[in-house]
Design a protein around this ligand. Structure first.
Ligand code: COA
Ligand code: MG
Length: 286
């Protein structure tokens, strides 16, 4: 799953137990959905959620949104049954929580087979130390920052600038980028605070994340806008490409746009910006 091939701006968690939310998601403009069997579902509701979710996926109607199922960790009493019940339910990927090492991914791969893309929650200190090896696992296609769990394990404080989480967040982006897989930022808990959400989205985008995980539909619009190339970025990319091509035609290797140099690497970034804008337009056409 190359992160330029399709957008992962907004990745919405939906409790697998909530039929109403599962239905509502069919019309929400999220790029991807995480159908959750883990923390959004109470222990007593786990078994029923499995069946409710499998039925919803079977019914379909999720259009071109990427469908990701988050199962319970395999060390819990529910994980194995989740994986067995959902592996053929029509999901595009299975998301494994509490991953510590590549061997955790192997254990899931043994159950779901070699074809199913696996996404991993990066939410334990060990996962951050092992990020490079986890990302390099052949079946891993995406990484999701589990910032609430990380904050719990680190015993750090919640701050608007997320300084205590910065090393972990940047390690996730580095590991994902090293092997060109998707990296999605953690959730913003205050789901009625659009301004705070926007600031955290901008920070995640600045860091290099492809998008952000969300807990409520009200967060989608802000997030989609924050992770899409802005019109000024698109305009600049087009001008950079045009200026560079003009220079090349004259046998020169460096162009200047708005007082800044443009070399082949800047052109690669500009082309990626345009490809992303096209992928978003394609997605929004439905
Ligand atoms: N996905 C899809 N639909 C959702 C949704 C979600 N994550 N969260 C809320 N909705 C729907 C509700 O079903 C409701 O639909 P309706 O108007 O048709 O009844 C509508 O959006 C408005 O919901 P609202 O009343 O504002 O929220 P709530 O009080 O019902 O729920 C939460 C708030 C936080 C409990 C709920 O959003 C939620 O469970 N989010 C997911 C939490 C989660 O997945 N956590 C694990 C990962 S961190
Ligand atoms: Mg978690």
């Amino acid at each position: 799953m190359d992160s330029t091939a399709r957008p992962y701006r907004s990745v919405l968690y939906i409790p697998g137990s909530k039929e109403r939310a599962l239905d509502k998601a069919r019309s929400l403009p999220a790029d991807a959905i995480i159908f959750d069997l883990e923390d959004a579902v109470a222990p007593d509701a786990k078994q029923e959620a499995r069946a409710t979710l499998a039925a919803a996926l079977g019914q379909g109607g999720y259009g071109n949104r990427t469908r990701i199922v988050r199962i319970n960790a395999l060390i819990t009493e529910w994980g194995l049954a989740d994986a067995e019940a959902l592996r053929d339910a029509g999901a595009d990927a299975i998301l494994l929580p509490k991953v510590n090492a590549p061997s955790d991914v192997d254990a899931l791969a043994d159950i779901v087979g070699p074809e199913m893309p696996i996404w991993v929650m990066m939410e334990t200190p060990l996962a951050i130390f092992n990020a490079r090896e986890i990302a390099a696992h052949a079946q891993v296609a995406g990484m999701v920052a589990g910032t609430n769990d990380l904050a719990k394990d680190l015993n750090c404080r919640s701050r608007p600038d997320r300084l205590p989480l910065m090393q972990a967040l940047q390690t996730i982006v580095l590991a994902a980028r090293a092997v060109r897989i998707v990296a999605v930022d953690g959730v913003y808990n205050a789901f009625r605070d659009d301004e705070g959400l926007k600031a955290e989205c901008d920070q995640g985008r600045d860091l290099g994340f492809d998008g952000k995980t969300l807990i409520h539909p009200a967060q989608i619009e802000v997030t989609n806008a924050a992770f899409a190339p802005a019109q000024e970025e698109i305009d600049l990319a087009e001008r950079q490409i045009a200026a560079y091509e003009e220079c090349q035609a004259k046998g020169e290797g460096v162009a200047v746009v708005d007082g800044q140099i443009v070399e082949n690497l800047h052109v690669a970034t500009a082309r990626r910006t345009l490809a992303k804008a096209r992928a978003i337009a394609e997605m929004e056409k439905g």
